[in-house]
Write a protein that binds this ligand. Sequence first.
Ligand code: PLP
Length: 465
Amino acid sequence: MRYISTRGQAPSLAFDDVLLAGLARDGGLYVPEAWPQFSQAQWRALRDRPYAEIAAAVLRPFVGGTIADADLERLATETYAGFGHPAVAPLKQLGPGLWTMELFHGPTLAFKDYALQLVGRLFDHVLAAKGTRVMVVGATSGDTGPAGIAACMDRAAVDIVMLHPNGRTSPVQRRQMTTVLSANVRNIALEGTFDDCQDAVKALFNDLEFRDRYNLSAVNSINWARVAAQIVYYAHAALSLGAPDRTVDFCVPTGNFGNVLAAYGAKRMGLPVGRMIVATNRNDIMARTVATGRMALEAVAPTVSPSMDVQISSNFERLMFELNARDGAATAAMMAKFRADGRLEFAPSQHADLAAEFDAGACDEAATLAEIGATYRTTGELIDPHTAVALHVARKARRGNNPVVVASTAHPAKFPDAVERATGVRPALPPRLADLFDRPERVEVLPNDLARIKQVVSDLASRTK
Ligand SMILES: *Cc1c(COP(=O)(O)O)cnc(C)c1O
């Protein structure tokens, strides 16, 4: 299996290099040169198998021999053994034909753990084989930071420095980062905004001498391995509900489009996925694009579901590549036009292709809180605001008789204020995190000064020299 860029100009790579590469050299995103296909019999054989076994089976064709089968199976088993629910991604029925798939049983209580916990181990394995190490550097507003740190902590060939804006992340999010005391982890609380953090990280990557000296790397959402690892829970859920002998729809709370793209990947692999419903908060560019075929940027508005406060959905380029019949030049031209104009119109036939598989809807702030409240009153379940957005949209956009599975992307205790406002109940952290607020923290509060940030990186690097 080789991987090609959505912009058609970068050299093709094998899985192990794609894992470490991030963005392709032509600015595109890597995708498999062809989608692997499972027969109905292959899917059926995976039904009722443990999550880790389904993970190894789904990932095997993507890994394409770059990691030995036995190693892949071991890494998958280790990864999901650490999750807080024996089913790993359990389904819960909320109504007739309506389910949530709980993706918050990983170490940081958000769906990103399901891919990143495995990707951290894959990184380590591949780096050990190549005899090198990497320094992951990232900026977070509070969302990807905890999952990124949890993925990298205590890995032998990986160090990580994470920047967050001092005093501007939620207390749960900050503590999920700063209470990690592993020797290979450093947290910087920058005196500035999230944009300052991001600019600082960009400056480090643009300093090519620095970047090469420390082998800087990222664990961002455009990494192909993350998408591949996310396909697993769609397969697991659909198989649990009777696939391949039954078709299942999914509704996904969407920001960067990485999660819903994995549902699309599962479908392309031959899993009977019906409609894929893209749910957004009031930052609704993706919902508008699916509904109208016109993509138009607007300003980002803050919401109670902050992990979806996104206007440029980076992973959408992978679907655009498919809508362009895998024509890299056409995709590159579209992306250039969108960057220049902030808007883009799909051809009617392309919009028809998009609408043949995807539905969409947006949910405003009042409806999000109302959904949390109504779900609690009618089912007794506390749900987080991201899940609420998707549940609201699923109820409205549903058509036909397929079961609809809503991706529940965060534990309610990650967003306790919104949940309490909507229900009067303050959700408790699960037992394994109950002492989060008693754990010691380690964090360096730094002025927005690149030299000081570089010093943290080089100090951390010198640890293993
Ligand atoms: C990251 C995130 C999302 C958005 O997922 P994308 O893959 O970026 O579309 C939704 N909900 C939660 C809780 C998240 O952390």
